[in-house]
Design a protein. Structure first.
Length: 284
C-alpha cells in the first residue's frame, strides 16, 4: 500500500515539477539564450558588387526594468561579432519610460559596420517618445530613416535602403520614403510592422526587414503561439515570406514585452546574406 501511495504521489508531482522547470527555463534561460541565425536571401537583379552582402538585424530590444542595460550591451557585443557589412535596427528600443532611451542608444553606439548602422522606429518608440528616441540614436551616429531613403554604392553598383515610420501610429509617409527611388535598382525596406507586405505600396520592394512579433514570444508544443488567438500581428510571425517579387524577413527580436519570458522562441540576432537570384535560361 505504501508503495502504491508513493507511486500516486509521484504521478501527481511529476507534472508540477515539469511545469516548474519549464517556467524557470522560460524566465531565466531562454530570454538570454541568443540565436544567431544565418539566412541567404536571393534578390532579383542584385548588382554583382552586392553578392554576399551581409546585413545583421537587431529589433525589439525593449530595454526596461525587466531587461537591463548590461544585457543590451551583451547583445550588442554578440551582434558585433557577426561582422556584417551593415547593421539595421528595426524599432522598439525601450519600453514605457523615457529614462531608458538614451542608455539604450549609447549601448547601440558600439555597433560598427562599413556601410553604417541604420534605424527606424517601432510602435513602442511612439508610446514612449519618438522625437527623443530619434535624437538619441542620431547623437550616437546611428542614421534614422523616418520615411526616408539612402543609396548604398559599391563602384558603379548600387542598392537602395528605405525606412518607413511605424504605420500603426499613422506615422508612415510612403511618398517621402520612396520619393526618388530608381525602379530598376533593388530596394530594401525597413518596416517595424511586417504586415506591410500585404500593402500595395510595397509591391516593388525587393526585401522588407521587420520585427514587432517577437516570433510570438511563447510557442507551445502542439499549440503554437497562444498570442495568435488574440492578434492578427502573427500572420507573419518569424522567418522568410514572399508575395510576388517582394520578400519579407521577420526577426523574433531580442527583448520581451508583457511577460518577462520566452519559451520556444529564442531571442534572435539575424544575419542575412544577399545573393543574386539565379535566372533560368529559357532556351535550355
Amino acid at each position: 500500500m505504501t508503495d502504491r501511495r508513493e507511486f500516486v504521489k509521484g504521478l501527481i508531482a511529476a507534472p508540477l515539477v515539469a511545469v516548474s522547470a519549464a517556467s524557470g527555463y522560460a524566465l531565466l534561460i531562454e530570454p538570454y539564450n541568443y540565436l544567431i541565425s544565418e539566412t541567404d536571401i536571393s534578390i532579383r537583379d542584385l548588382p554583382p558588387a552586392f553578392e554576399g552582402f551581409r546585413v545583421t538585424q537587431l529589433t525589439d530590444i525593449h530595454h526596461s526594468r525587466i531587461l537591463g542595460i548590461s544585457e543590451v550591451r551583451r547583445m550588442v557585443n554578440l551582434a558585433q561579432q557577426t561582422k556584417p557589412d551593415m547593421f539595421v535596427l528595426t524599432g522598439d528600443y525601450t519600453t514605457t519610460y523615457r529614462r531608458y532611451i538614451e542608455p539604450c542608444a549609447e549601448a547601440l553606439s558600439a555597433l560598427r559596420a562599413p556601410e553604417g548602422v541604420w534605424a527606424i522606429l517601432g510602435n513602442h518608440d511612439h508610446y514612449t517618445d519618438p522625437e527623443l528616441t530619434t535624437r538619441a540614436l542620431q547623437r550616437q551616429h546611428i542614421a534614422v530613416l523616418n520615411n526616408a531613403h539612402t543609396t548604398l554604392q559599391r563602384g558603379s553598383d548600387a542598392i537602395q535602403l528605405s525606412g518607413i515610420d511605424d504605420w500603426s501610429w499613422a506615422a508612415n509617409d510612403w511618398a517621402r520614403a520612396f520619393s526618388g527611388l530608381r525602379p530598376n535598382t533593388p530596394t530594401v525596406l525597413l518596416s517595424h510592422q511586417p504586415s506591410v507586405l500585404d500593402l500595395e505600396e510595397t509591391k516593388s520592394v525587393a526585401l522588407i526587414l521587420s520585427g514587432h512579433t517577437h516570433g510570438g514570444q511563447v510557442k507551445l508544443p502542439f499549440v503554437g503561439a497562444p498570442a495568435r488567438f488574440a492578434t492578427q500581428d502573427l500572420k507573419y510571425a518569424r522567418g522568410l515570406f514572399r508575395r510576388g517579387e517582394t520578400q519579407l524577413y521577420v526577426s523574433a527580436g531580442t527583448g520581451v514585452i508583457g511577460l518577462p519570458l520566452r519559451f520556444g522562441v529564442r531571442p534572435e540576432i539575424a544575419v542575412l546574406r544577399l545573393r543574386r537570384e539565379k535566372t533560368v535560361d529559357s532556351r535550355s
